[in-house]
Each structure stands twice: as structure tokens, then as C-alpha cells.
Design a protein around this ligand. Sequence first.
Ligand code: NCD
Ligand code: ZN
Length: 379
Amino acid sequence: MRLPGLIDPHIHLREPGATHKEDWDSGTSAALAGGFTLVLAMPNTKPPIFDAATLDLALAAARSKARCDYAQFVGAGPDNASWGRRTARAANTDGTPVRDGKGLPRGAAGLKMYLDSTFGQLRLDDMTLWMQHFQNWPKDMPIVAHAESRSMAAVILMAAIYDRPVHIAHVSLREEILLIKAAKERGIKVTCEVTPHHLFLTQPPSNPPLNSQNLGEGKGVGGGRWEVRPRLATQVDVDALWQNLDVIDCFATDHAPHTLAEKDGENPPPGFPGLETALPLLLTAVDSGRLTVDDIILRMHTNPRRIFNLPEQPETWIEVDADARYEIRAAEMKSRCGWTPFEGWKVKGRLHKVVLRGKTAFEDGKILVKPGFGINVRG
Ligand code: NCD
Ligand code: ZN
């Protein structure tokens, strides 16, 4: 079965700053191994990506290492809300001069606003800052908000006030999907994505595969593996997502790799890897009649391309063996993080081949393009 190259608008690579978890090479290899030919990287790296200098830092790493196509988000911070206008401050916190923000938004995938707490330092509490970002960020460039529950209601109000689109990251709750549905019905320019883990997993302890097989018996062992933002929700929430599939514009992995030592240690960071499990999980849902292949193409290619203004990738497609059954194994994955919350899950539908811009980039488990093959689609 041939599908278009998949687009993941929400992944975390850990470069700069934490390449022991993932870098542009391992992360884009994981993307290809998952059927993704284009990924949009989030800005909560170390340092975070929030101005021209830090964007250059991420893009320099990407230029030499990426194996699939990409673009990089910039983060909304307290000091950079004057996008495209004269910068208000004379210097960055480290003393380097602030460059005029002009042109910067166009070189980025979009603006990411962290309005609730999660991994990393980027978070905006003051709503007057949200307002400045909404006013100044170009209307034809994407804004993505990490905004849960009532913060989501607030950010949708801002989209209505400033009459511009906003894309809501990783929707997980019944109240959230119903709010987005109501906002869409009233013509507010809101779109949203849902992750596979919020479609297939509920709050522990109701996830027997992880608890019984992978986590061991030790007290607290594995508890940290469940940490993810937004948190896994209840069965009622999961059911509401499936019942409102028509409200969900994209499936995005929120690939957020952390090592097992980190997940099982003190203060486990939130996040699940997801690039290499999304497609087989969703194809398995097709097999059991919960989805159609067209549902997948719409949410993993057509809609992300439109919402994020992404160019067509010529001569690009993926090939899937829809009948192949296998068990998900982290040991076979390209991601550096070395684990998956779906370890041992039986799936039906396996990625066979990825052709990217005319070149076979992945075939039967092997990556066939070199670091640097990927291009910046905002370049
Ligand atoms: C993400 C990460 O680790 O970068 N963690 C997560 O639980 N999803 C951050 C995020 O997307 O909120
Ligand atoms: Zn994320």
C-alpha cells in the first residue's frame, strides 16, 4: 500500500543541549523509520530556540545531520514578543545584541507558546505577553499552543480576538475536544492535534502491558515512565477523542525522548518517544475498523501540510505492508532513548519503504540516506 510521506508537526529533538537523549541524526532516522518524511522540531532545547542566534544554532546542527526534511519552531518568551518589529530590548540575557526580528519568523516552522508547565524553561504566564505575541507574529505563520484545559479556553479566546489561526497541541481531554468543536462551529480559526498515546493509553494503572511486562515489581519502578504532558487521561476522555475524530485535524507524535535511566530515576522528566510507533498503531486501528486509511492520510499529510503551510515534497511516498504482523520492540528502533511505552504491543501494518525526493531513504529497517540529506523546508 502506498501512502504520501507522513508529516509530524510536533517532535522534540534534543539538539542543542541533550544529545544523549536524541540528536538531529538519531531523531530524523527515527522519523524515517516511522514513515515521516517531514518533521517540525519544537524549541524547548538547551538553550531554548527563541531568537535568530539560537535558531541558527539548531539549524546548523540540522543542516549537517538531518536525514529527513524539517523545520524548526521558535519559542514565545518574555523578551521576544516584538517579532518582525524593532526589538524592545538592547541585548539578550547573555549580553549578545538582539538582532532585528525581521525575517526571523519566516525562517521558523512557526511560534510555539508554552502556556502550561512541561519539560524545559519556556513558559509564559502573563497573558499580556500572550497578547503581544498574538499581535506581532505574522498572521500567515503558524502559532502552536501548549494550552491545557482552561488555558486552552483562554488561548482560543485570543485567536478569536486577534482573528488569527491557532493550533492546539496534544489535545487529551473530553472537555478540550468539545471546546474545540464548539469554537470551530462558531468560526474561530482553531485547529488541533492528538497524539497516538492519548488515543491508545489511559492513566495508569489501567495499562497492563507496561505494568506487567516491562516495569518490574519494584516499588515505584516504572512510575516515571508514565510521566507525560499532558498526562494520560481517563477512558471517558479517550472515548471522547475517538467519538470526535472529525474535530481532530492532525495526529502528531509529540516524540519526546528521555533515556530509561532518566525515566526511572529521581524526578523523571515527562515525555514518550513516538515517531516509530505511530503508524503501526494507527494501521492496527484501521485493521480493527476504528479508522480508515484516508483518516490517516488526512491527519498525517494533507491537514498538517495545509495548517503549517508546508511545501509539497516531490517524488515522495511511503510503502506499507498492511498485512504484516509484528511486536513493537524498542531494541529495534533508531531513537536514542531506548524504550517505548508500547513495548510488546502486537500490531498489524509495517512500514516497508520510504522514498524521499526520489531517493529510497529507508527500506526494511535500514536508513539509506546520509546525515545532511534532509532539507529545511523554510530555508
Ligand atoms: C515534552 C518534552 O519532553 O520535551 N514532554 C512531554 O511530556 N510531552 C514537552 C512537551 O511537549 O510538553
Ligand atoms: Zn511536545
